[in-house]
Design a protein around this ligand. Sequence first.
Ligand SMILES: [Zn+2]
Length: 166
Amino acid sequence: MTEKQIAAHHEAGHAVTRIALGLSFRWVSVGQRDDGSLGRVSGAPHGLKRLNSLVAQQEELPPELVALAERCIVSTLAGPYAEMIAGRGRLLSLYSGVDDLDVVSYLCDAIGIGGDEIRERLAPNARRLLDTFWPAVERVAEALTERSPGSLSYRQVTDVASRSLT
Ligand SMILES: [Zn+2]
């Protein structure tokens, strides 16, 4: 498996689980970027802006934003997990770690949960979703790998993945 294919599975893992969890995005893409990463999902889910501003003001989050943060954590974890499944345990250095871990730790702080909640509830949730939607992840990863530049809109991802997502 090439580096691009592994990166495509990582991004497809994020994109497909976002759709499965009802989290919006604009584009998913693979390809070397200026910051050294090999892909990204762009477009924050609806509601995240409000969450960020409440966190910045140190306000308590309403239950729906706590639930949103948990779904964001699950879809963030799904990228590295998809990469591990596709790469048979291999994680690309400089790639799958840092940004995703930053997002997860920010959101955990925002809703006041720790490693136990991640290990016992949210990580297994991410793995279950990937198991359920793995055929969709593979199809989206394939489409991302074939395209140049390798990007798909939300709409295109749902089309490519539709057989497994509906
Ligand atoms: Zn990622």
